[in-house]
Write a protein that binds this ligand. Structure first.
Ligand SMILES: *Cc1c(COP(=O)(O)O)cnc(C)c1O
Length: 353
């Protein structure tokens, strides 16, 4: 606390990210990709240092937005690019959810949403998950007085994804406000709602290069939606920082998008490892929720989440443990390489015996 902080800053509850260890641990706690980015990224970096580093970037990130538009089969004016999807989400909260009514959100979802809500003075209406740990889309759509709807699909930290058909049903019911679907994990097995943006002008889909494109360090994210929504985001951006995406990030992002073969191979590898790990965890008496993301959400029959978390940490393996009453026994385990997952299973075999 400082006397110099404004009352608003004093009352914030900032998001706490997963730990980034200094020593070399097996890091399975923040859902990064275990494989390097596409090979084209290296060459792009060398060219860049020579030609571009001293200049300001394009404030509209046009090249990157064109490449994203091509990737998703939409138009560049339906694409917004930002400095990580966290920033894009923050802009979206400000652009679309500050209406004075509550924002409908699942009770268990990405824990940054409540942080932004508090930052912008938005109240939340939180809807419990159903008995299968799935987002209750009916409950999200049920109310009429709302400033919007937001959820992650696949959801975090559960890994469950709703089908495109279920999401379209929600969009048929919520037409007055923005429905924001955070697709940070969609490439690991779920259906993208991008196919619906042409028909639903209030649908905004966000995505990130941090997970399926192996570029968490670059900070690159995007939003896809009707041109009027994208313009709303641009208005916020240009009132805050007109150059959020640096030229290096644009360049590397384009190189990653262009190498489709690498992308496919890499995500398939993660999916295969995930399914193998899931079976092996079940054999060790874990209850593992089905996942369409690059992590597994699991709890053990007998041992608490906290116990397993600390025992793994002692063995140099980091997973995510959310110390809340609802999630207390669950661990969120990012999918690493096969070798890393082998070490995890070996350690758990000892811990859970
Ligand atoms: C990782 C994650 C993000 C943040 O992505 P960045 O682009 O790295 O900021 C957003 N939403 C969800 C659900 C995530 O898991």
């Amino acid at each position: 606390m400082s006397q110099y902080w404004s009352p608003a800053v004093r009352h914030l509850t900032p998001y706490v990210p997963g730990e980034q260890p200094r020593q070399r641990l097996i890091k399975l706690n923040t859902n990064e990709n275990p494989y390097p980015p596409a090979p084209g990224v290296g060459q792009a970096l060398r060219d860049y240092a020579t030609d571009h580093l001293r200049l300001y970037p394009d404030p509209t990130s046009l090249k990157l937005r064109e490449t994203l538009a091509e990737t998703f089969g939409i138009r560049p004016e339906q694409v917004f690019a930002g400095n990580g999807s966290d920033e894009v989400l923050a802009f979206a909260f400000q652009a679309f959810f500050c209406h004075g009514e509550p924002l409908d959100v699942p009770e268990i979802t990405y824990s940054f949403y409540p942080v932004y809500a508090k930052l912008y003075g938005i109240t939340l209406r939180r809807h419990p998950l159903n008995a299968r740990w799935e987002i209750d889309l009916d409950a999200l759509a049920h109310h009429s007085e709302r400033s919007g709807v937001i959820f992650a699909n696949p959801n975090a930290p559960t890994g469950h994804a709703h089908s495109l058909a279920a999401i379209e049903q929600l969009l048929q019911r919520v037409t007055d406000r923005v429905v924001l679907i955070d697709e940070a994990y969609v490439d690991f097995g779920a259906e993208s709602a991008v196919a619906l943006i042409e028909r639903y002008p209030n649908l905004l889909v966000t995505g990130t290069f941090s997970k399926s494109r192996s570029l968490a360090g670059l900070r690159l994210g995007y939003a896809l939606g009707a041109a009027e929504l994208i313009e709303g985001l641009q208005r916020v951006k240009d009132s805050f920082n007109s150059y959020p995406v640096d030229s290096l990030a644009s360049l590397v992002g384009c190189a990653a998008l262009t190498d489709k073969e690498y992308f496919e191979a890499c995500r398939e590898r993660v999916i295969t490892t995930r399914e193998r790990t899931r079976q092996r965890l079940e054999a060790l008496d874990f209850d593992v929720l089905p996942s369409q993301a690059n992590f597994l959400f699991a709890q053990h029959d007998r041992l608490s989440g906290g116990e397993i978390f600390f025992a793994l940490r002692e063995r140099g393996i980091l997973v995510r443990h959310f110390d809340t009453p609802e999630l207390g026994n669950f661990l969120r385990i990012s999918i690493g390489t096969d070798d890393e997952m082998e070490s995890l299973i070996e350690a758990l075999d000892v811990i859970c015996r």
